[in-house]
Design a protein. Sequence first.
Length: 332
Amino acid sequence: MAGRFEPLNRTVVRGGRTAVPPGAGSSVGVGGAARRWTPDGPVDLGLTLGPLRRGPGDPTFRTTPDGSVWRATRTPDGPATLRVSRSGTDIDAEAWGAGAAWLLDRLPVLLGAGDDPAVFVPRHRLVHASHRRRPGLRLTRTGLVLESLIPTVLEQKVTADEAYRAWRRLVRQYGEPAPGPHGQDLYVMPDPRTWALIPSWDWHRAGVDAKRSDTIVRAVRVANRLEEAAAMDLPEAARRLEAVPGIGPWTSAETLQRSNGHPDAVTTGDLHLPGIIGYALADDRDADDAAMLELLAPYEGQRHRAARLILLAGRTPPRRAPRMYRSDIGRF
């Protein structure tokens, strides 16, 4: 697998690198619908689906020793579980639940069939090397907005560990066991009504402050309108999401990268990303958003892909300050 010997530091993981064992998945065969798809080029399951994983122990995402990636989700047709694995040059998929047909029908798009990496032209030596080492990087497109929006809101202005902990707790407490074979311990996230009815004390116990929980509640109350953004172009989709108070450019970009798979949905307003890109491309660890966008200007139309390749390269500025303080308001 491309890039298998690189260090899996936080920056690489943030670039969407999820380790998938090299085994060849075999059919589970427990009442699931199945599909085999032959992509038109290499597809690295770990790189393509990795951005959908929200930290270790994500109850909606699993990899297994046989080389399979499991994903539990809530489709427009209902809860569903998807398992994908490689079989030579083909991709095998099985799905269970009310949304199984919906997931299998959209399998190629989920695995980057709508993405065209051939149009990307590296302009920096580091980007070229990272791109060459990852021929199987495709940008996923889930077609589902809320499932990416909610964990992204949880990640606002807190450490990744805090956000992942909150996501795990809330999904396990208010979600439902995923359909399909037992033993994967997968959960489907709550539906919009359930998110809206979570009491304030349970948000608090999960370590989620009122600002983030209020944003999520406002979003789920207009869930149908937000889901329409999955079929919009990038500017229109961003405007639709950012019409909800509490959702700004950072949150909309991080969401649309996954739901819409847009190669130019570059993240701005991030605490670390400008410094990482500035250091990687210009040895400028103090770069701000303006400097980052200037460095990424040669990749106009493909800036998100370029940023991911830079993150996956793992070249980060030496640490010179303590880590961001971790808090747990659930203990107060």
